[in-house]
Design a protein around this ligand. Structure first.
Ligand code: COA
Ligand code: NAP
Length: 271
């Protein structure tokens, strides 16, 4: 990122699922703008490497492994982060799992796994972060997906989970608004070089077709999402709450995508 219009010096930003991809990009954006950054994800190695990268960039960073499906682990991680950097100014909730599979190819546990990570995980993070959120002034950002409002074949599990995430965003915005806590969802478009996009567009052809479908005719960058997160968390976003905000080059306007070829390839790979 070049010029930095935002200054988060001394602010505490906690990113669930912050060890890679879009969420790590958000962590980096805030770190470069002066924030103290805490991250969690399942893999101790990924967390250690992400924290080392943030620190190498000059940031105060803290991380601990935790699975968002486990409420006690989430509670402990949030407590450890608050002990380290104080009240949380910005909470980013972006832990998620995805794979392509038709509803009939989803076992009950496959469906449940994604709902547990995306939806239950977002609930656990928000619910147990609440005592640590700065009041008034905290900003909660949930990382959603267009599957929340676009019925998408081969994504029944993700559609159900992310729709729940966006509804949680809106309900929490109403319940926590009087306490001066804002809650919004960012809906990223297809972001280059991320695990999520790799799973939905696994070949060069499917990737090129995806970029061609975006009205702005390019894939997104993690910086695109980090900038929206910083805007929302800054004074410029101080009257925005309960919003579901696509940052996707217009992709959500184009309706359901056809993942049948990619799903068939991924099914062959698993067989
Ligand atoms: N198609 C159908 N079912 C699948 C699947 C696929 N491609 N991948 C996993 N599953 C099923 C498993 O078979 C299992 O069901 P079963 O117990 O009935 O056999 C269930 O999903 C859970 O899989 P498991 O590997 O035990 O879960 P996990 O908790 O270790 O991992 C995932 C969670 C499956 C979401 C894994 O892909 C992951 O860790 N993802 C994180 C990274 C990611 O998805 N990034 C993109 C974010 S958008
Ligand atoms: P990613 O790099 O795989 O990010 C997911 C992060 O969540 C990882 O850091 C992962 O680390 C962590 N995570 C997964 N399961 C977890 C669990 N149970 N508990 C704690 N942490 C967990 O993928 P990404 O593509 O950048 O996706 C990030 C977010 O953007 C997701 O919410 C996704 O739905 C959303 N999104 C992505 C795109 C895209 O184009 N990529 C588009 C729309 C929306 P560990 O493996 O260490 O747990």
């Amino acid at each position: 990122m070049n010029a930095l219009p935002f200054d988060f010096t001394g602010r505490h930003v906690f990113v669930a699922g912050g060890s890679s991809g879009i969420n790590f990009g958000i962590a980096q954006g805030f770190a470069r703008a002066g924030a103290n950054v805490s991250i969690i994800s399942r893999s101790a190695d990924k967390v250690a490497s992400a924290v080392a990268q943030l620190q190498a960039g000059g940031a105060h960073a803290f991380g601990t492994p935790a699975d968002v499906r486990q409420p006690e682990a989430v509670q402990q991680a949030l407590q450890a982060a608050a002990d380290r950097f104080g009240p949380i100014d910005v909470l980013v909730s972006g832990a998620a799992g995805n794979f392509l599979a038709s509803a009939l190819d989803l076992s009950p546990n496959a469906f449940k796994t994604v709902v547990d990570i995306d939806l239950m995980g977002s609930f656990h993070v928000a619910r147990f972060a609440h005592p640590h959120l700065r009041q008034p002034g905290a900003c909660v950002i949930q990382i959603s997906a267009s599957q929340a409002f676009t019925p998408t074949p081969f994504q029944a599990h993700v559609c159900a989970a992310k729709a729940g995430v966006d509804m949680l965003t809106q309900v929490l915005a109403m319940e926590w608004g009087p306490q001066g806590i804002r809650v919004n969802s960012i809906v990223p478009g297809p972001i280059a070089d991320t695990e999520g996009l790799k799973r939905l567009a696994p070949t060069e052809d499917t990737l090129a077709a995806m970029a061609q479908r975006v009205p702005l005719r390019r894939l997104g960058r993690t910086e695109d999402i980090a900038r929206m997160a910083m805007l929302l968390a800054s004074d410029w976003g101080s009257y925005i709450t309960g919003a579901i905000i696509p940052v996707d080059g217009g992709l959500a306007l184009t309706g359901p995508r056809d993942f049948s070829a990619a799903a068939a390839a991924s099914k062959r790979e698993r067989a």
